[in-house]
Design a protein around this ligand. Structure first.
Ligand code: MG
Length: 245
């Protein structure tokens, strides 16, 4: 019996995929990349916030050790303090804000960030940003380095990473599917978890090789790609995706 040529809303591309053998599909058809969403701290900026020291200041030594043992892939400090009574929460937020302010004073753009953004612009690939930092920190980044990301969602957008909501929100504003987008970030527990849960591709920036440690071997969300610098990202995109506008 002949197959119908047009099936409802299935696109020509989907029909093309359905008649290709799997091996051929993998080697010849690349996903069209419609957007790249970046994390900010430690990805678009050189890491300056000493997170272990910040966690210790907020939680105290004992509680920090207990929580680290419980979740080796990282501590969700913002989510954790939300369960605290208002007074204690305010104090914790002040401590976090202090660390972030000190970080801003030493803010530096990540090597390779400007070049990567220039290459994406040349292909008309959109650039978005999702951070657990504040809107004022994002504004400062935009001002100081003259590279704009849009949309740029900060922690005022709830729920924040690792929830997939901010990434899904960006995809809907861009009118693209999550699987046409890649999330690039330096955190397994926030960026990779957010990206994977949204159904996007993910690229982990691991400058020091810290995620090669066995404690990360069994994490729930693993990245599709891993790089040690932003300079490697563009060639990964070129090899694995269709970058035509
Ligand atoms: Mg980060």
């Amino acid at each position: 019996m002949p197959l119908p040529l047009l099936v409802g809303s299935i696109s020509a591309k989907a029909i093309f995929l359905s008649v290709l053998p799997h091996s051929k599909r993998m080697s010849t058809v690349k996903t069209r990349l419609r957007g790249v969403v970046f994390d900010m701290d430690g990805t678009l900026t050189v890491p300056v916030i000493d997170f272990p020291s910040m966690y210790r200041a907020v939680l105290g030594d004992d509680e920090y050790r207990r929580m680290k043992a419980e979740s080796p892939s990282g501590i969700d400090i913002l989510g954790h303090i939300e369960t605290w009574p208002p007074d204690k929460q305010r104090k914790a937020n002040d401590t976090i804000a202090d660390y972030e302010r000190q970080g801003l004073q030493r803010l530096q753009i990540m090597p390779g960030a400007a070049e990567l953004c220039g290459l994406l612009d040349s292909k008309k690939i959109r650039r978005g940003l999702i951070t657990r930092n504040t809107k004022s920190a994002v504004d400062l980044y935009h001002e100081r380095f003259g590279i704009k990301f849009s949309p740029a969602l900060s922690r005022e957008f709830r729920p924040y990473k690792p929830d997939p909501a901010p990434l899904l929100h960006i995809c809907s504003l861009w009118e693209v599917q999550p699987n046409e987008v890649i999330m690039v970030g330096d955190s397994l527990k926030d960026d990779v978890a957010c990206g994977r849960q949204a159904g996007a591709f993910t690229c982990l920036l691991d400058q020091t090789g810290r995620y090669d440690s066995p404690e990360y071997a069994n994490v729930e969300f693993k990245p599709d790609f891993k790089v040690t610098s932003l300079a490697e990202v563009y060639s990964i995109l070129e090899v694995n995706f269709d970058l035509s506008p």
